[in-house]
Write a protein that binds this ligand. Structure first.
Ligand SMILES: NC(=O)c1ccc[n+]([C@@H]2O[C@H](COP(=O)([O-])OP(=O)(O)OC[C@H]3O[C@@H](n4cnc5c(N)ncnc54)[C@H](O)[C@@H]3O)[C@@H](O)[C@H]2O)c1
Length: 362
């Protein structure tokens, strides 16, 4: 009888003889690894996050990832609203890494002494899909975000980068200031500005080479790189503010005004699909209104903007963009889970080679 296949009789009881593939070591570790904020921070210091993210972006460009749309959950609270973003991704064909990031936030949190964003990353065993690792997500998220910007600056800055302005002195602005300082050798000055001046001064105190400024307008015209990483929902950075030859990264996604998005000589995104699907943000709405066209489409003469390319395809050499020294480049990174999962996987591998983290029973 079919159901009896693989069963042998031991005494009077049926006992199963496992199929050959089950005789191997279980592929999923018996326990879960938990990496808290401090452990993740220490491990990230030992990883080349920019290179990891560049690889993930290139893999995504050649179809070697799985990247579903993110789930966006928003709810009202007494003093505004809070949100939870769920971002799944897998890398490799066949996959060698898979997982999900849950990153939650409320813009009012810093006023309560709580970080705006926090969350967890879960990594999965690619064979069994069982969860293997749980780690604090905020630093992975901040570092991968800064790494995308640094990769874009390295590849697309129209001129030598000597001065950078980072607007917004939260964890995302700080990750940018740190990573730009380390990754861009020609960079001499990093200005930090925040509407809350204390935060910019504190950031300057923590990160070598950063100078806090009281008025971003006093320096923006001299910046070769502008990182816009605020929680502002009112666009403040206009085309006329940005010097010819500068690259702007619209990290906050609502920082750049319409004339800058439409007037940039090269508008680059990380993922056309993710940006186009997002009607919460100005660029998504401009795409929906037909004012911005996808990469590869002729923009014609109607004054419409065309996305020059996706960063991953540019890094992979599938799209060539060579900005002229007097041109302005704007990069609009939606934020891609492939980068989170790539960086988290590198953190996890390093942790498992040592003793970092706590083992939890299932
Ligand atoms: N694109 C991506 O991939 C990506 C990834 C992660 C975070 N983000 C975005 O980055 C932004 C910053 O995140 P965070 O965790 O550092 O937030 P945060 O709340 O800790 O810090 C934001 C800072 O912006 C300042 N600010 C607000 N409006 C301003 C303005 N008009 N001018 C100057 N400063 C202003 C606030 O005072 C605050 O200090 C958020 O909007 C977040 O959604 C984007």
């Amino acid at each position: 009888m079919a159901w009896r296949r693989g069963w042998t009789t031991v005494g009077s009881r049926l006992s199963r003889s496992p199929p050959a593939h089950r005789l191997r070591e279980p592929p999923t570790p018996a326990d879960l690894l938990y990496l808290d904020t401090l452990s993740v921070a220490g491990l990230l210091d030992e990883i080349d996050v920019v290179a990891t993210v560049e690889d993930a972006l290139r893999m995504n460009a050649v179809g070697e990832t799985v990247l579903p749309a993110e789930a966006y959950l928003r709810w009202d609270v007494d003093d505004g609203w809070a949100r939870s973003l769920t971002l799944p991704a897998a890398l490799g064909r066949p996959a060698y890494a898979a997982g999900i990031k849950v990153i939650n936030g409320n813009v009012a949190n810093p006023g309560r002494g709580v970080p705006r964003a926090s969350g967890l990353i879960l990594l999965f065993d690619v064979e069994t899909a069982q969860v293997t690792t749980i780690m604090a997500a905020a630093q992975v998220s901040a570092m991968r975000t800064a790494a995308v910007s640094v990769a874009a600056v390295k590849r697309l800055a129209p001129r030598i980068v000597e001065r950078a302005l980072v607007v917004g002195a939260g964890p995302i602005g700080e990750a940018h200031a740190r990573m730009l300082g380390r990754a861009v050798a020609s960079l001499g000055t990093i200005w930090s500005y925040d509407a809350d001046g204390t935060r910019a001064v504190e950031l300057a105190g923590r990160v070598e080479g950063v100078v806090a400024v009281e008025d971003w307008r006093s320096v923006v015209g001299r910046a070769d790189v502008v990182i816009a990483a605020t929680t502002s929902t009112e666009a403040y950075l206009r085309l006329g503010d940005v010097a010819p030859g500068a690259i702007v990264v619209n990290v906050g996604l609502d920082d750049c005004a319409e004339d800058l998005l439409l007037g940039a000589d090269h508008l680059v995104v990380d993922s056309w699909d993710l940006v186009a699907d997002d009607r919460n943000r100005l660029l998504g709405r401009l795409i929906a209104a037909g004012a911005v066209l996808p990469p590869g489409v002729d923009a014609g003469t109607g004054g419409r903007q065309r996305v020059a390319g996706e960063l991953g395809r540019i890094l992979a050499g599938a799209v060539e963009i060579v900005p002229k020294p007097e041109q302005r480049v704007v990069v609009n990174p939606f934020g891609m889970a492939v980068n989170d999962i790539a960086v988290a996987t590198a953190v996890d591998r390093l942790a498992r080679r040592g003793t970092a983290g706590q083992r939890l029973t299932r």
